[in-house]
Design a protein. Structure first.
Length: 270
């Protein structure tokens, strides 16, 4: 056994709605005899947290503790037996059971990494190349590398974006980045140790006029939103968090702000 990320359930907060059992593609969560969510088996939980966003009471959270490793093959067999082949096709990192139809594994165990071609309409101006203008105004941009004390963060609008957003949204520079300072991160592939604390330090040490979080629609990306929300909480600042979700087809699917927070006017750092 080794330390890994896994779901933890607060039984007192669980109201037995069952939404998490439906959101979990691996069938790791079930309702017990007291109508409370429990892990059917720890080896079925991949620790990605796709269930967190559907829980209305906040009874679920990701923790890091000693646990048996996630077993995609056993999970596939479990879902195939309990939910059928169509549901089993969505299990992360799947391998078919012996004798069953072969199902290719997903890279990184993430449904957002499933290979697909995105059809684009034919250009009306074939042969003409339009050069865009970069709106990037600072370097570095990767969260591991930025300094919370970098002077360019003070008195700025801040955009924290999942790595894939700039490659997916064609108008990323014009629609999201223009006029903002940028931080990029991947909650799935990065070592996110210290990410929450670093974001909190940026918020505490600088006057941040607005905070935007841009993520992809895939489940992995919800972790970035949770990290930013936690950073705002521990920073002690009151700042509006605008959340933008981008589809894999390059369309902005939703834009919303957290009404509980107001604009932050923190200490000006010279």
């Amino acid at each position: 056994m080794a330390k890994r990320k896994i779901i933890e359930i607060d039984r007192d907060s669980c109201d037995g709605c069952g939404l998490c059992t439906e959101a979990c593609a691996e069938g790791a969560l079930v309702l017990d005899e007291e109508n409370k969510a429990v892990l059917a088996k720890e080896i079925y939980c991949d620790g990605m947290g796709a269930c967190l966003d559907v829980c209305p009471t906040g009874a679920l959270r990701i923790v890091e503790r000693e646990s048996e490793s996630y077993d995609p093959e056993a999970t596939y067999t479990h879902v195939l037996r309990t939910r059928g082949k169509d549901a089993a096709a969505h299990v992360h990192g799947i391998h078919s059971e012996e004798g069953a139809e072969s199902v290719p594994p997903l890279a990184c165990g993430c449904p957002g990494s499933m290979a697909r071609e995105i059809k684009k309409p034919a250009s009306t101006q074939e042969g003409k190349t339009i050069s865009g203008t970069s709106e990037l105004t600072q370097w570095p941009i990767q969260l591991h590398l930025v300094s919370p004390h970098a002077p360019y963060f003070n008195r700025s609008d801040l955009l924290i974006a999942a790595d894939c957003t700039a490659f997916t949204l064609g108008s990323f520079h014009q629609d999201l980045l223009k006029g903002k300072k940028l931080i990029i991160a991947c909650p799935k592939l990065d070592d996110t140790t210290g990410y929450v604390e670093k974001i909190a330090e940026i918020l505490k040490n600088n006057t941040i006029y607005s905070l935007t979080v841009a993520t992809m629609v895939v489940p992995c990306c919800s972790g970035l939103v949770r990290m930013v929300e936690r950073a705002v909480e521990i920073s002690g600042t009151n700042i509006n968090v605008k959340k933008i979700v981008i589809g894999i087809d390059g369309e902005i699917l939703s834009e919303k702000s957290d009404p509980e927070h107001k604009l932050h006017s923190g200490p000006a750092v010279s």
